[in-house]
Design a protein around this ligand. Structure first.
Ligand code: FEO
Length: 387
């Protein structure tokens, strides 16, 4: 396994996880990569490591260009184990290396995971000279852990952004311009929705910092490196972090005997009739992490469930719990569902939508047993009444 040159003297030495399909609950249909970068200067620095089972791959790629024992610094931009898992192996292979991490959260987090290693805490604004190149550290706390930082190399105009601007996307290509652009952007968007959206305020702050740095290349810790589409990914983060989708309707439901499903289809058709782009999802068929990415484009959120045992269906409760945790803002929402006798699900959904901070733009749409043509027409008219 070989290193891949990113720029003269700078190499990608990460790991390819082709077969990963679930990253702690996030479906990774195109696998994942754990990116690590090697800078060979008067001093040698490794930017981030990889997940523990890929330690051998990391060492092999490094060894294809330099003896790992020559590494002077390992920059740990983030404690999470997909980037730090190989640190114990690296500490053995690179006995002279100092592990550079944020103060105090990086040191605290790494010590809790791996015990006492040779740590060097750095604060935001600290710099480290490698010889011809400098590394400058910028704290990005809660993007998406307290310890996060990004590393900037001004001489190369190269930003090592860790999770920010990443994609769970495994390819044999390392750059945005030799990868499928639509797939790359879709995976970047899914990554933002599932990992970053909860920290939109921090993402907006980081976006501003990165814009001012004006990088020519952004090397994230997952997926491909941005070099030809830096503006596209920065534009994406600007749009997504504002929490202000202009249009779009996300209709999400589960159904037992197709009545709630019929209502969902009627709602989707009504939005379509109004020229609103619609995404319709049956929670039995799709994964939460695939559904939630559509929220970035949707102003309206409609959530439907029948009532089962005095409750909404567990699939719907899980969706609402997941959505609430990601803290989307500025959405208009309503609930719908059919019922037999109790009909408690609708009010429960409304409560959860309110807890999301959404504006309830319609009274709940509630139908007993089987929706009639007349009732479906009423639903259509109510959707048309939305401004
Ligand atoms: Fe890719 Fe937060 O770890």
């Amino acid at each position: 396994m070989n290193a891949i040159q990113v720029k003269e003297g700078i190499y990608w030495v990460g790991a390819l996880d082709w077969h990963l399909r679930n990253f702690h609950g996030y479906t990774t249909n195109r696998g994942a990569t754990y990116n690590a970068y090697l800078i060979i200067d008067e001093k040698v620095a490794l930017i981030d490591a990889v997940k523990a089972p890929f330690s051998k791959e990391l060492l092999e790629r490094i060894s294809s260009v330099i003896d790992p024992s020559k590494i002077d610094y390992i920059i740990s931009n983030h404690v999470e184990m997909d980037h730090s898992g190989a640190l114990p192996a690296m500490a053995k292979a690179c006995p002279n290396a100092t592990i550079v991490t944020s103060a105090p959260s990086g040191v605290k987090g790494l010590t809790a995971h791996y015990g006492q290693l040779n740590y060097m805490p750095v604060k935001s604004g600290s710099t480290l000279s490698l010889g011809k190149r400098t590394l400058s550290f910028v704290a990005t706390p809660m993007l998406h852990w307290p310890d996060n930082m990004i590393t900037w190399c001004p001489e190369e105009k190269l930003l090592f952004s860790n999770d920010a601007f990443g994609q769970h996307y495994c390819t044999n290509t390392r750059f945005d311009d030799d990868s499928d652009f639509c797939e790359t952007m879709q995976e970047a968007k899914k990554y933002y929705a599932n990992i970053i959206m909860c920290y939109g305020k921090q993402a907006a702050g980081a976006w501003k910092t990165v814009k001012e740095l004006a990088p020519e290349m952004i090397a994230p810790s997952h997926g491909v490196i941005w070099r030809s589409h830096v503006d596209d990914i920065l534009d994406g983060y600007e749009k997504w972090s504002t929490h202000e989708p202009e249009t779009g309707a996300l209709v999400v439901f589960d159904s037992m005997w197709h009545s709630t499903e019929t209502m969902a289809q009627t709602i989707a058709e009504a939005f379509t009739g109004q020229g609103v782009p619609v995404k319709l999802y049956d929670l039995k068929q799709s994964h939460l992490s695939d559904i939630i990415v559509n929220l970035l484009d949707c102003k309206y959120v409609a959530v439907g469930s029948p009532t089962l045992n005095n409750n909404m269906l567990p699939t719907v409760a899980a969706f609402l719990c997941y959505m609430k945790g990601l803290s989307p803002k500025n959405r208009r929402a309503f609930s719908f569902g059919s019922y037999g006798w109790g009909g408690q699900a609708n009010a429960q959904i409304d409560e959860e939508l309110k807890k999301c901070g959404f504006e309830l733009c319609l009274d709940t749409l509630k139908i007993q047993y089987i929706p009639s043509e007349e009732q479906l027409k009423e639903i259509d008219e109510k959707i048309k009444s939305l401004d």
